[in-house]
Ligand binder design. Structure first.
Ligand code: E4P
Ligand code: PEP
Ligand code: MN
Length: 464
């Protein structure tokens, strides 16, 4: 990550923590309706876990969060594009150097494709270093006549189907914090330490299997290489190409965790949730009078809200009033996840009414969550064509309304998994038997992710 120097690290002294405890309104959420929380308040380890998280150093700094808000403000004005990607659910076991580096490389590759194709700065953001908690449709899961609590992400319980593993355990929040810290440490090393140097644009493609998107990327990398060598010969300064900014984000689902990591910034005296740079509220927890909306309205981080096909324009306007009362550019992002069938009908009234209200939110498409189906052989999957169709619909709607399609939010991995159907080197349902690894929703694999980046680059440069 490259950030302009900050001398305003969040103050994690005990005085600052006390300040966070007393900050007006920061605990109002505790008396509001709250959905999708673990049942662990009476667990013997609960108080100790909260006490520990209240003492640990912040994962991100307030100055970085402010820089991100500026970057997102540029995107809301059509001057940058947000690329946000990563697992549906990160796991503790999956936080290995190989997997993290493959995901970061894939996001960097996608960003290069987008930047080169669209001639726009791309804000790079992982669903990483904190994406450990999941809202579920059902509280329970039944297998072979046995019913146990549903898996809710490694921050809450284990994926193994045993009563011990499925118990909600607050000590997992502390492990999630440490796993986020080591993930973020590696991301910072990769993106600052030379690995993200644009002159290594070919190198990021190494180790991935050859396929149509891989070859297309190679040709683009050759073009970039040529341009870089030309600039080198002209004596250009490549300092700016050596490092990239990379931001961390996750769904702010477990308010015990988010609240415990909230600190008062010593510069401004305002609360920042230091668990990640960007936090979003999910489709299942975005009720206006809910605990989630209230808590996130009180922290200074840029906030996203998922909007599904049942969102009414009035809901979107009320969310703006609550989460962005000052109409601050970069503060609020709407991540629409309508489904390919719905987007062309459901998105226009939202965009029209929000635009007419004068609010300047950032519009991002999540083409994954409205397109989930079950394959005939029983896997939760998505058709790559549906995902692509929702992306196309998103661009069409914004193009016809004269608004800016500002970003892409995807569940993806750098690994060669088989979880979504289709793509140029098509995945079929038989491949799921060996290649399905996700513990929650199906992700685009490395090739499908690159393919999507080429499609979006084309749409952004109005060539498609
Ligand atoms: O990631 C999103 C949700 O957690 C997920 O789609 C819920 O899925 P479920 O219907 O399997 O609970
Ligand atoms: C839970 C998620 O999405 P949504 O809230 O849109 O269903 C998610 O992004 O994994
Ligand atoms: Mn998901």
């Amino acid at each position: 990550m490259t950030y302009t120097p900050v001398d305003n690290a969040v103050d994690s002294s005990s005085a600052a923590r006390q300040g966070a405890a007393d900050y007006p309104g920061l605990d109002d959420w505790r008396s509001l309706p709250i959905a999708q929380q673990p049942s662990w308040r009476d667990h013997p380890g609960y108080d100790a876990a909260i006490a520990e998280l209240s003492m640990v150093p912040p994962l991100v700094f307030a100055g970085e969060v402010d820089i991100l808000r500026d970057r997102l403000a540029a995107a809301a004005q059509g001057k940058a594009f947000l690329l946000q990607g990563g697992d549906c659910a990160e796991t503790f076991d999956g936080a290995t150097a190989d997997k993290i580096s493959a995901r970061v490389k894939t996001i960097l590759q996608m960003a290069v494709v987008l930047t080169y194709g669209a001639s726009l700065p791309v804000i790079k953001m992982g669903r990483m270093a904190g994406q450990f908690a999941k809202p579920r449709s059902s509280n329970d899961e039944t297998r072979a006549g046995q019913t146990l609590p549903a898996y809710r992400g490694d921050m809450v319980n284990g994926y193994d189907f045993t009563p011990e593993s499925r118990e909600h355990n607050p000590a997992r929040m502390v492990r999630a914090y440490h796993t986020s810290a080591s993930t973020l440490n590696l991301i910072r090393a990769f993106t600052q330490g030379g690995f993200a140097d644009l002159r290594l644009v070919h190198h990021w493609n190494k180790g991935f299997t050859s396929n149509p998107a891989h070859s297309r990327y190679e040709s683009l990398a050759r073009e970039i290489d040529r341009a870089v060598r030309f600039m080198d010969a002209c004596g250009a300064d490549f300092e700016a190409l050596k490092r990239v900014e990379f931001f961390a984000s996750h769904e702010a689902l477990l308010l015990d965790y988010e609240r415990a990591l909230t600190r008062i910034d010593s510069r401004t005296g305002r609360p920042y949730d230091t668990s990640g740079h960007f936090l979003w509220i999910g489709e299942r927890t975005r009720d206006l009078d809910s605990a989630h909306v209230d808590f996130l309205s009180k922290v200074r981080n840029p906030i996203g809200v998922k909007l599904g096909p049942n969102t009414k324009p009035e809901d979107a306007l009320a969310l703006i009033d609550k989460l962005d009362p000052e109409r601050e550019p970069g503060r609020l992002t709407f991540i629409t996840r309508m489904g390919a069938q719905n987007i062309r009908e459901k998105l226009p009234p939202l965009v029209e009414r929000v635009t007419a209200s004068g609010a300047q939110v950032l519009w991002v498409t999540d083409p994954m969550h409205g397109n989930t189906v079950t394959s005939p052989n029983g896997y939760k999957t998505r058709n790559f064509d549906d995902v692509m169709d929702e992306v196309r619909g998103f661009f069409e709607v914004h193009s016809s309304l004269g608004t800016f399609p500002g970003g892409l939010h995807v569940e993806m991995t750098g690994d060669d998994v088989a979880e979504c159907l289709g793509g140029a080197d098509p995945v079929d349902q038989e491949a799921f038997l060996e290649g399905y690894e996700s513990v929650c929703d199906p992700r685009l694999n490395h090739m499908q992710s690159l393919e999507m980046a080429f499609l979006v680059a084309g749409a952004l440069s109005r060539k498609d």
